[in-house]
Design a protein around this ligand. Structure first.
Ligand SMILES: [Zn+2]
Length: 251
């Protein structure tokens, strides 16, 4: 297939719908659709892929997108099998995210950055993994001294930082320039694939700067607050902290 479709999730996290044309359909055990542009996030870095709808204006047909993923750099949309005949190559469609879910993921993802930023700044602990669902998530740290008291302090500090209304900025830097930033790669293992020439960074201004591919809100005040819902040892050194958002999704 020729040039890659436009991937708006990386440049405008708030783009929730877009008009697009079908470039490629594959119907095997799953029906997958490739478009010339999309607002879907394909998943990655602990953030699940988006869900949503494709709508064809000419006859009002809609298809549910149950997930998206990246195949050879292209974002593919996987349709619900119960929706009947797939759209056709060349069809003009409206691509529409389940926005309440995406926004909740953006707030959750940003909250995890704030957690990660506080734990790094105040305790020097590296992240070893993380995962999220809309409204809740977990992060694993190399954090031997973690305790219940510390977790309470971390929760309070994260909430102070969130309410301090830090802007969240996205940047794309040449690889060498990005790797020259101290502590940019906060994960224990450098997860950047070799050979990539540009590195996308997410900065919570004044708190956290990381290489990252996900979607985030534009200011920490949009997250609201967090609550630590649990912490556990995954070994002598590795510790897990679970959080959830304290404010419901506001669409
Ligand atoms: Zn992120």
């Amino acid at each position: 297939m020729t040039p890659r479709g436009e991937q708006l999730c990386y440049t405008d996290a708030y783009a929730r719908s877009v008009e697009a044309t079908v470039r490629h359909i594959e119907a095997a055990e799953a029906v997958v659709v490739v478009l010339d542009r999309t607002v879907f996030y394909p998943g990655g870095g602990g953030q699940p892929s988006d869900r949503g709808l494709l709508l064809r204006a000419t006859d009002g047909r809609t298809w549910t997108v149950r997930g998206a993923r990246k195949v050879d750099g292209e974002i593919v949309h996987e349709l619900e099998l119960t929706d009947g005949d797939p759209p056709l190559v060349g069809d003009a469609l409206l691509v529409d995210l389940d926005w309440a879910r995406r926004l909740s993921l953006m707030r959750t993802h940003t909250a995890l950055h704030a957690l990660c930023g506080v734990v790094w700044r105040d305790y020097g602990a590296l992240v070893t993994g993380g995962n999220m669902e809309p409204g809740s998530g977990r992060m694993d740290f190399e954090f031997e001294t973690m305790s219940g008291n510390l977790v309470d302090a971390i929760e309070a500090t994260v909430n102070e930082e969130l309410s301090a209304a830090h802007d969240v900025r996205v940047n794309v830097l040449p690889r060498d320039e990005a790797l020259a930033i101290p502590d940019l790669i906060r994960t224990k293992i450098n997860l950047l694939p070799p050979g990539i020439e540009e590195i996308r960074t997410i900065e919570i201004v004044g708190l956290d700067l990381q290489a990252d591919g996900g979607t985030h809100v534009a200011n920490t005040r949009e997250v609201g607050g967090i609550r630590v819902t649990g912490y556990e040892s995954k070994g002598r050194i590795n510790k897990r902290i679970r959080i959830e958002l304290t404010e419901p999704v506001i669409d």
